[in-house]
Design a protein around this ligand. Structure first.
Ligand SMILES: [Zn+2]
Length: 150
């Protein structure tokens, strides 16, 4: 199973688990949700499920999005190597602080360190007006002199 698939199944599982807390036990909706949970669980690797159950048992979600370089569940700042590891689409890691599966929701800007890239971009933007094109008019041939009248 591909990482992206595991991730998407895990997110479904978290959502479905959340939903079962909302609907009354024994209701037909609950039965439906449980059936969906069973089918999602059947598709997930045992090791991933075990990790999910451990977190779920503590009332935690098992997967969280990375926001601004932090774990979306516990806001622990994540290290550069870990961020690069999960930067590729469909890749995910594990938060070293709270243990949830983490995935990159910020897109490719995470790779560059987010805010670090901004001052540089601003500086180069400031340089641009200095390189104003030379006035093009100066290079143009002078307009022909009006023909002198005889
Ligand atoms: Zn965390």
């Amino acid at each position: 199973m591909y990482a992206a698939e595991v991730l998407s199944q895990l997110r479904s599982l978290n959502w479905l688990t959340e939903e079962t807390r909302r609907v009354p036990a024994g209701s037909s909706e609950r039965g439906l949700l449980q059936a969906q949970i069973d089918s999602v669980r059947a598709r997930l690797p045992q090791s991933i499920l075990a990790h999910h159950d451990q977190l779920s048992g503590r009332g935690q979600v098992s997967v969280a999005a990375i926001r601004m370089g932090e774990c979306g569940a516990c806001h622990h700042p994540l290290s550069g190597p870990l961020l690069r590891e999960v930067a590729a689409p469909g890749c995910f890691g594990v938060c070293p602080a709270c243990g949830v599966f983490i995935w990159n929701a910020d897109g490719p800007e995470l790779e560059t360190g987010g805010s670090v890239v901004r001052p540089a971009a601003r500086r180069s933007a400031l340089h641009r007006p200095a390189q104003e094109p030379a006035p093009a008019r100066a290079d143009e041939p002078a307009p022909p002199a009006p023909p002198s009248a005889p």
